[in-house]
Design a protein around this ligand. Structure first.
Ligand code: CUA
Length: 302
């Protein structure tokens, strides 16, 4: 999609450049060549030239029709492609992070959207709050994410790699911190990721080194907003991201931080200092040992 849009952009840029150079060049030539000199005779009056006027009206008409048809042609070619090889992902704009659901694979994740290369990915866009806009500049155009009006878009990565996605509609104080990563991987890697992500976490036994962290998660308020499949039940208000495979992600909270021990500690300790206004409350009274245990537990959730 981005390829087609770039093609249109370059075509219009080339046409516009030719027009600009021709018009400005002609203008400068006449200003300089026929400027008033001390010995200039009075200007000769002429009554117009019909052929010249028709020509000068026809040229811009033809140029504008070329641009119009190229634009319409590109718009139609951006319609959702029919392809046997497709994947559907639901992207939900939260304040301020993205949730990604894979209805066919029964996966719920956040911040990172895995897609297989050379596959048409239909993206269903939902918002449960304000208007956001979904944009992966290297892969496609912008599509608004409107509460109560579910838009769709599509993208297809022809090369494996990480592509930065962002929110491109002002949606509140942390609008600029609403990025995500689209990770295009081979079919095999994608299948491996699906197999990993569809597994539930398990209740850890008391002998497990991360048991203490699990208990912090279960008793210190986290379950009010977060879900770890197999560990707690979904609450009515599922405000925060699903953490079942949190340790496998590289980003925290809409790419405001990379996912590492120091950052995760800082985030849980005082999220409001890191990302003011987010729904994640500060846990500044949590003891150091509880915090360390919780961080280790969350990172173990691969
Ligand atoms: Cu969401 Cu800007």
């Amino acid at each position: 999609m981005a390829d087609k849009e770039a093609g249109l952009f370059w075509l219009i840029l080339v046409i516009a450049t030719i027009v600009f150079v021709a018009v400005t060049g002609t203008l400068l030539f006449f200003i300089i060549r026929y400027r008033a000199r001390p010995d200039s005779p009075p200007a000769r009056q002429i009554g117009g030239n019909q052929k010249l006027e028709i020509t000068l009206a026809l040229i811009p008409t033809v140029v504008l029709f070329i641009v119009l048809f190229a634009t319409i042609f590109t718009m139609f070619s951006l319609a959702q492609p029919a392809s046997a090889n497709t994947l559907t992902v639901k992207a939900i704009g939260h304040q301020w992070w993205w949730e990604f659901q894979y209805p066919g694979q029964k996966i719920v994740t956040a911040d990172e959207m895995y897609i297989p290369v050379n596959t048409v990915v239909h993206v269903e866009l939902e918002s449960n709050n304000v208007i956001h806009s979904f944009w992966v500049p290297q892969l496609g155009g912008k599509t608004d994410v409107i509460p109560g009006h579910n838009n769709t878009t599509w993208l297809e990565a022809s090369k494996a790699g990480d592509y930065r996605g962002l929110c491109t509609e002002f949606c509140g104080t942390q609008h600029a911190h609403m990025d995500y990563l689209v990770r295009a991987v081979s079919q095999d890697q994608f299948q491996a990721w699906v197999n990993q992500q569809t597994q539930s976490a398990t209740m850890l036994p008391k002998t497990d080194p991360n048991y203490a962290g699990q208990q912090v998660f279960l008793t210190k308020g986290c379950i009010g907003c977060h879900l770890i499949d197999g560990v707690n039940q979904a609450s009515k208000l599922q405000i925060g991201p699903n953490l079942t495979h949190f340790g496998s992600r590289q980003l925290i909270a809409g790419w405001v931080l990379d996912n590492n021990t120091a950052n995760l500690k800082a985030w849980i300790h005082d999220a409001q200092a890191v990302k003011p206004g987010s729904d994640m409350p500060a846990f500044t009274t949590m003891s150091e040992s509880d915090l360390d245990a919780l961080v280790a537990y969350l990172q173990s959730l691969q």
